[in-house]
Design a binder for this molecule. Structure first.
Ligand SMILES: [Zn+2]
Length: 149
């Protein structure tokens, strides 16, 4: 994802600042989102839900929510976090699962409705137009599969 969009996420959601994985130290640049721009809104909406949950924690809590990695894998969004207090763990876990599930219906490239497609062993969720441009085809498209292999 363009750094400009990652910066937008960090400007709005403090927890989207990159950290040293070992020390937790803040690095003063946005968490890299290793996926296409088409999932920006999906990630933004997820962050909003997480922020709403974090506000339910006691004010004197010194807990800091940490995002460890955001990436695409096999056409699915993966959003990895550090530990979460039990009070809000279920709600945040559900929000992440929902966003990850929804990512299989949103074109990672342009944000339009998409489905999971493949190009040989590469798997991505794309709309028909982006899929065509990038040479990805549907899994059940037998005719194209024969051309592919
Ligand atoms: Zn698209």
């Amino acid at each position: 994802m363009k750094e400009e969009l990652e910066q937008k996420l960090m400007d709005k959601f403090k927890f989207m600042e990159a950290r040293n994985v070992w020390s937790g130290e803040k690095l003063n640049f946005p968490m890299p989102c290793s996926c296409g721009e088409g999932w920006f809104q999906l990630i933004w909406n997820l962050c909003e839900k997480i922020e709403t949950e974090l506000m339910k924690l006691p004010k004197n809590s010194d807990y800091e929510f940490m995002v460890l990695q955001v990436k695409e894998k096999y056409g699915i969004l993966c959003f990895y976090t550090g530990s979460i207090p039990s009070l809000i763990a279920d709600a945040i876990f559900n929000a992440i699962c929902e966003a990850e599930g929804r990512s299989t219906t949103i074109c990672e490239s342009c944000g339009a409705g998409g489905i999971t497609k493949h190009r040989g062993n590469w798997i991505r969720t794309l709309c028909n137009q982006c899929g065509e441009e990038l040479g990805y085809i549907d899994f059940n498209d037998k005719e194209n599969c024969n051309e592919e292999f």
